[in-house]
Ligand binder design. Structure first.
Ligand SMILES: C[S@@+](CC[C@H](N)C(=O)[O-])C[C@H]1O[C@@H](n2cnc3c(N)ncnc32)[C@H](O)[C@@H]1O
Length: 317
């Protein structure tokens, strides 16, 4: 097997120290080499690599975008590139993990993944990682959801989403927490017209375009879902459940406040509430609702803002 290591910096040194025996490396690759050898192995230019036979190229540099483009321009097979420095700020650039598994063996790739940065979320006791197609929507939001779900091992309680729309995020929760009941609260007919008065007709009518049955049929584990159709908080009447994970995504101030008031006292210690759109300039009512809730409690809540597309806030309870 012809295995190349792209990069001759700390990442490459760390890879050799922690996971990959030097004798498995045919050569190192660097577009601006400091020397023609590294750790006693030859260093070649990417142009030279393109002319050779290669089974796998382990990329240890963080310059994933530049390396992808450069390799593409040289005709290097993108399926043979295996990026070891993927992390939450980058999309997962690995087109296929199977190539690496075929060349190195599945156990070794697992070891590689855990000794390097986050390149593939390790499995945890409950669920399966999200597929790449799902992650394209909002990588940071969804990778954070994966990481939060892993932290829930041992924390009791159901999962819930208030504000489901077509069920995109609900589908991810259901996949990641297949053993937890998932309560889904929505009118499934869009916003309360009174509350949405003053918002554009495009925004309001687009959110009417959903149906509970469609949401249910798109879930990977529909048997774990419990639909609570209707206007919240009336739709929660009579339900006494504790929650480990809640997604609160109703866009508007009064409904967000109702969600905070209803869910937060029902959260299990160690659980998380994801407040979507907290930092969205389009929807200032979300942050206003949280500030009103905090003013009523007389304290700021523990929370971490995400740099995802719509500015989610993760409240930890
Ligand atoms: C932005 S969408 C939710 C998007 C969804 N979380 C996703 O990932 O695609 C907002 C949803 O909140 C629902 N909603 C807003 N206020 C509500 C309320 N008081 N009761 C029930 N549903 C409400 C709307 O019907 C709409 O489907």
């Amino acid at each position: 097997m012809e295995i190349y290591v792209y990069g001759t910096g700390c990442g490459a040194g760390d890879l050799i120290d922690s996971a990959l025996p030097l004798e498995k490396v045919t050569a190192f690759v660097d577009s601006r080499p400091m020397s023609d050898s590294f750790l006693g192995r030859p260093v070649i230019l990417p142009e030279e690599l393109a002319r050779r036979r290669y089974d796998l190229i382990l990329v240890t540099s963080r310059q994933a975008e530049a390396i992808t483009l450069h390799c593409e321009s040289l005709g290097i097979d993108p399926n043979k590139l295996f990026f070891l420095k993927n992390h939450a700020a980058l999309a997962d650039r690995n087109r296929c993990y199977e190539t690496a598994e075929q060349v190195l063996g599945a156990d070794f790739v697992e070891k590689l993944c855990s000794s390097q940065r986050l390149i593939r979320t390790p499995l945890w006791s409950e669920g399966e990682p999200l597929p790449a197609s799902e992650l394209e929507g909002d990588y940071v939001r969804l990778k954070t959801l994966e990481a939060l779900c892993r932290e829930l091992d041992g924390i009791p309680g159901a999962a819930a989403e208030l504000g489901v729309y077509k069920g995109g995020f609900a589908r991810c929760i259901n996949q990641l927490l297949p053993e937890r009941t998932l309560y889904l609260f929505d009118t499934f007919e869009g916003f309360d017209p009174q509350e949405a008065a003053g918002y554009g007709e495009g925004f309001v009518s687009a959110h009417r375009n959903t149906a509970a049955e469609q949401v249910l049929s798109a879930l990977p584990h529909p048997g774990m879902a419990v639909l609570r159709p209707g206007l919240f908080p009336a739709s929660a009447a009579g339900l006494e459940v504790s929650f480990a994970l809640v997604s609160l995504d109703v866009d508007l101030e009064e409904s967000t406040l109702a969600g905070l008031r209803w869910f937060l006292p029902r959260m299990s210690p160690g659980g998380y509430l994801l407040l979507h759109d907290y930092n969205s300039p389009r929807l200032p009512g979300v942050k206003a609702a949280l500030r009103r809730y905090e003013a009523a409690c007389g304290q700021r809540l523990h929370a971490v803002p995400l740099c995802d597309v719509n500015g989610t806030l993760v409240l930890s309870v």
